[in-house]
Ligand binder design. Sequence first.
Ligand SMILES: Nc1ncnc2c1ncn2[C@@H]1O[C@H](COP(=O)(O)OP(=O)(O)OP(=O)(O)O)[C@@H](O)[C@H]1O
Ligand SMILES: [Mg+2]
Length: 201
Amino acid sequence: MKGFADLIEKDAGDALDEHTVALLDRIVQGANRMQELVADLLDYARAGTQQIPSDVVSCEEVLASALADLGAAISERDVVVSHDELPLVRGDRVTLTEVFENLIGNAMKFHGRELPVIHVGAERRGPDWCLWVRDNGIGIGSRFEERIFEPFRRLHTRDEYSGTGIGLAICRKIVERHGGRIWMESEPDKGSTFFFTLPTA
Ligand SMILES: Nc1ncnc2c1ncn2[C@@H]1O[C@H](COP(=O)(O)OP(=O)(O)OP(=O)(O)O)[C@@H](O)[C@H]1O
Ligand SMILES: [Mg+2]
């Protein structure tokens, strides 16, 4: 679709009026958007099919890789990320890094007037560890609590905040495949905390 629209624009060139060029641009934008959605959907599908390794994983290391992956975005904006001493858990380093990246990425993205201040916490709860990512951002009304974990569910338009709405659905799938649970507590304008549990190493 993109290729053919580009060809028309190139071949027909000056013969096209402004309106037609604008329509062609819309086609290209739509095709780009579709490509993004399909890529995200594939990510989501993959998160559910691969076997989860049962390695001893250091959450300190996982956090460090997630922050390194988010690096450019973090330095751009003077984001402050603090953390408790983080535990060893049992699971898969790669997908757990994805969970931290998604949650911290959201905490950075959905901030209000103030710069994002983010804290990663951890507490032992019986046989599991409970970890959390807390932010001082725009928050979420409690009636959306469950729904934001559904694929493609977003509370804002793409003009306000970029994204397709797959991040939290992937996080939920990964955490549940580790035998854990994920949920959030939030107050509009005060910030949000996303909690998740993982088995102790
Ligand atoms: N830390 C947060 N503060 C406020 N709102 C949040 C936060 N995290 C998620 N949300 C809300 O939940 C929705 C779903 O989050 P999710 O990470 O799945 O999607 P996204 O960030 O919009 O897009 P993507 O992760 O695919 O780039 C968001 O669009 C936003 O409305
Ligand atoms: Mg996200």
